[in-house]
Design a protein around this ligand. Structure first.
Ligand SMILES: [Mn+2]
Length: 351
């Protein structure tokens, strides 16, 4: 694994501010099939640039999923830029430009690229890289940046003088309540509501800070967790019905064929969360879900508990991610991919 030296946050921030304040138009992007951290972080950056008076656009290969449409600024996310000639790109929550999908060429065309991310670096794109794999979410890195910005002389005061909704602490120079909502979503979703092992004391301090700065957690909880499509729950039911296990129940998985999605009227995004339900079985150490992707490829989500590193397993068979949550793309049929993942996991678990 490649390593890189981490510039101190103040240095990274100074460089970032220098770039954005001299930019004419900034293009912001995130990964395809965006999750809460991807959209939340991209919108937080966009709203921050608004405050700095820097024109910007947000693009993504897919529109925000329904449960994120309530986020302030979600309506500004486009599939392609409306303007030309952006002189700065900022991509968040990804390490490989492949993950930009159809948006990749737009970012390859910008003269300068900033990358803000918390995945294990492997491709290392970007002229300025603000990367910390120890950070639980890209939103968490952004909170650190904004808190650092508040403490500096060179950050302009972004907040209007009028009192802001929900503010309990000292006003931030950088983070508005709308931004706090976006950052809260990123932090909450990537830590599994502060249940995953990536939940550090620092993340909880940041959560408190976001609450003090106007995050509306009751609204976010309703929108994110009590807002599922009926097809999503029906797909979960079918998935659990089809679940297979191996190694005395230490591995559990589901293969979801395209016909099932057609039959239920379910979409790709409805797959989210199924793998975590399977992982919740007491004996299960690793769970995965496979579905047909595009161009004869199979997409898979892998999860694990405790010490088992599924990012390593994913890297071996074509993918990557975090220790307890990773993704793979495998060439071949669903059956072939299933055999490949089961074999790799059996090896990792030694059963
Ligand atoms: Mn993330």
């Amino acid at each position: 694994m490649k390593t890189e030296s981490k510039p101190p946050l103040t240095e990274a921030l100074a460089k970032l501010l220098e770039l954005v304040l001299s930019a004419r138009d900034v293009l912001i992007g995130t990964h395809l099939n965006p999750d809460g951290d991807a959209i939340g972080s991209a919108l937080a950056v966009s709203l921050w640039l608004d405050g700095l008076g820097v024109p910007n656009e947000v693009i993504c290969h897919n529109p925000p999923p329904g449960y994120l449409e309530f986020l302030p600024g979600a309506e500004r996310v486009r599939l392609a830029p409306e303007r030309k000639g952006h002189d700065l790109g900022i991509v968040v929550d990804l390490d490989a430009l492949d993950r930009l999908g159809a948006c990749r060429p737009y970012f390859e065309a910008v003269p300068q690229l900033v990358l803000i991310d918390h995945h294990q670096p492997h491709e290392m794109p970007g002229d300025l890289r603000i990367v910390d794999p120890a950070s639980p979410a890209t939103a968490s890195l952004l909170v650190d940046l904004f808190v650092t910005a508040d403490a500096t002389e060179f950050t302009p005061n972004l907040l209007p003088v009028a009192p802001q909704r929900g503010l309990q602490g000292r006003p931030s120079k950088s983070v508005t309540p709308d931004m706090a909502d976006c950052l809260w979503v990123g932090l909450v979703t990537d830590t599994g509501s502060f249940r995953f092992p990536n939940t550090t004391a620092h993340a909880l301090h940041q959560a408190a800070w976001l609450l003090e700065h106007g995050a509306d957690i009751a609204r976010v909880s309703d929108e994110v967790y009590l807002n599922r499509d009926e097809q999503s729950v029906r797909l979960l039911g079918e998935a659990i019905h089809r679940m297979k296990t191996d190694c005395e129940g230490r591995i559990a998985w589901v293969v979801l064929p395209p016909e099932l999605y057609e039959e239920l009227g379910a979409k790709e995004e409805h797959t989210e969360g199924i793998v975590n339900e399977i992982l919740s079985i007491r004996t299960v150490q690793s769970a995965f879900v496979l579905r047909a992707g595009k161009h004869g490829k199979v997409k898979g989500s892998l999860r694990s508990k405790g010490g088992l590193d599924v990012a390593k397993v994913a890297q071996e068979i074509g993918g990557g991610g975090h220790k307890n949550a990773a993704g793979v793309t495998i060439e071949g049929s669903l059956e072939e991919a299933e055999a490949i993942v089961v074999r790799a996991l059996r090896e990792a678990i030694r059963c």
